[in-house]
Design a protein around this ligand. Structure first.
Ligand code: ING
Ligand code: ZN
Length: 259
């Protein structure tokens, strides 16, 4: 979905949800974001100024086949649903399939693993299409946000190496600001930091790939909770999670807008 005022060629923010099938709160957030954007434009000064100055691309469910499969067959499915002759195991982990230190760390070359990196970078059609879109629009895409769950983390590059990103201090500062904005609503605590040391080392992730392509403000959100319900976040937490996450996304967007 492309949220824009009339006219084109403006700078943009790209956000995707549902890269992992079982992380249901993620597609819920993208949907919430679009509703908020179109319904608060003109009344909320921050949203109005953002959309006056930038476009937002929202991909509500990247891994649509996997998402469907979690509704029909296996609630805990994570990967895509691609098939390959020679193995009965299905799918690759789309967040190990991007071309960023591909399959070197925290990923598996076993097609039966939940973190299978795929047969080659961008072997998954969902990953190839997102990567093509971002490459094509890299001149205007100033921020890349990807929404996962769970753990309450705000991660940024790198995950494929322990080296710090060239923009580490700025990325950390913006993440800390976004986390405080999020916490201000219901007191939900987030931890910020580079993926490799904050969650675990893992190559082939989309945020690392976007960052190395030149999209400086590249963040992975891990939404609620911290493990009590995990992927099975109760319905009663959908709205508060979306409300608080909005504050963090708007904080990052406002920062990107003026930088
Ligand atoms: N977490 C992410 C995962 O793909 C991550 C963590 C972020 C890895 C960025 C690599 C890069 O494992 C979840 N919950 O999926
Ligand atoms: Zn995930």
């Amino acid at each position: 979905m492309h949220i824009k005022k009339t006219g084109s060629g403006k700078n943009a923010i790209f956000m995707d949800c549902g890269i992992h099938a079982r992380e249901w709160i993620s597609p819920a957030f993208c949907q919430w974001f679009v509703k908020e954007a179109v319904s608060t434009y003109g009344s909320d000064p921050q949203m109005t100024s953002l959309l006056d100055q930038m476009d937002v691309y929202v991909l509500p469910v990247i891994n649509i086949d996997g998402y469907q499969y979690t509704h029909t067959s296996n609630r805990m499915w994570r990967k895509t649903r691609s098939r390959k002759s020679g193995t009965s195991c299905i799918g690759a982990d789309p967040n190990r399939n991007f071309n960023a230190g591909w399959c070197t760390l925290g990923a598996s070359s076993n097609p039966c693993s939940d973190t299978f990196c795929g047969y080659s970078p961008e072997s998954e059609i969902e990953v190839k299409n997102v990567a093509d879109f971002i490459r094509k629009n890299k001149g205007i895409i100033k921020a890349y946000l990807t929404i996962h769950s769970y753990s309450q983390l705000l991660l940024f590059p790198y995950s494929y190496t322990y080296e710090l990103a060239a923009d580490h201090s700025e990325l950390m500062k913006v993440a800390e600001g976004a986390s405080s904005a999020l916490r201000s609503l219901y007191g939900t605590r987030y931890t910020s930091g580079p993926g490799a040391t904050t969650i675990y080392p893992a190559a082939g992730g989309s945020d690392d790939w976007a960052y190395d392509l030149g999209v400086k403000y590249s963040y992975t959100f891990e939404l609620r909770d911290t493990g009590r319900y995990g992927f099975l976040l109760p319905e009663s937490q959908i709205q508060p999670t979306c409300e608080e996450t909005m504050l963090a996304v708007k904080y990052i967007a406002a920062y990107v807008q003026k930088n």
